[in-house]
Design a binder for this molecule. Sequence first.
Ligand SMILES: C[S@@+](CC[C@H](N)C(=O)[O-])C[C@H]1O[C@@H](n2cnc3c(N)ncnc32)[C@H](O)[C@@H]1O
Length: 249
Amino acid sequence: MVDSDDMVDSDDTVPVARGAGEPSARSLFALLAPIYDRLVPLISRRARRMGVALLEVRDGETVVDVGTGTGLALPRLAGANPSGRTLGVDATPAMLRRARTRIRRRRLSSVDLRIADAAHLPFATGSIDAVFSSYVLDTMEASRRQRAIREAARVLRPGGRLAVVSMARPSTPGGAAWAALARAAPPLLGRARPVRLLPRLTAEGLRAVSRVRVRQCGFPSEIVRARHPHPAAFPALSQSGVDHHSSVS
Ligand SMILES: C[S@@+](CC[C@H](N)C(=O)[O-])C[C@H]1O[C@@H](n2cnc3c(N)ncnc32)[C@H](O)[C@@H]1O
């Protein structure tokens, strides 16, 4: 299931995959790592939790958290799946070290971490039941982001599920203020900016299932759920592919 051919080198904490991530992203998140868990959940906890819940992880599955960072989603992902496998990948060693500490403290023995580029996932085609990713695609440059989405689609099994959480386009004055901050000082928000992920997911052959907007401290997030096409299970989705769109603030 895990392509060990792609792995090079390793230290005593995490296996390292070839060419993991953009160097500039790694430097930025290495700087943010020490303060990340104190600040970022203040605007993102609600959407991340909802994204994990909407992924509907079942016990025994193989689940990947792409760009797991400090592992904020891992306890809930692994908690729903104690006898399966939860794989956290990230390009930034400093972030993954914090994730490592988190899984050790929580005794999450079903979690494996590895350094890898979201655009080159070290997993075999069709080997993953569910992919989760929060606030990663919205930090990536457009062409790498599209490659990362293609990779998520590649590793998912037919009928496999995906939930992505990202900064959304603002629809309130508070949201507009966050978007202005993202434009004026990109590093402060980890280079996150509002993105419309749905068309980018469907461009890679994924079937959109739902889109939910969530706000926390005015910060607008969006959770998009999609599935790898499975002819028997999904014969008749609507033309837009979206069957649900709601907003929570
Ligand atoms: C804003 S943080 C989000 C972390 C976590 N998912 C969360 O919700 O808190 C973005 C993370 O994406 C990682 N990242 C950025 N580009 C990446 C890439 N190309 N491949 C893998 N990880 C990447 C960064 O290292 C960072 O840990």
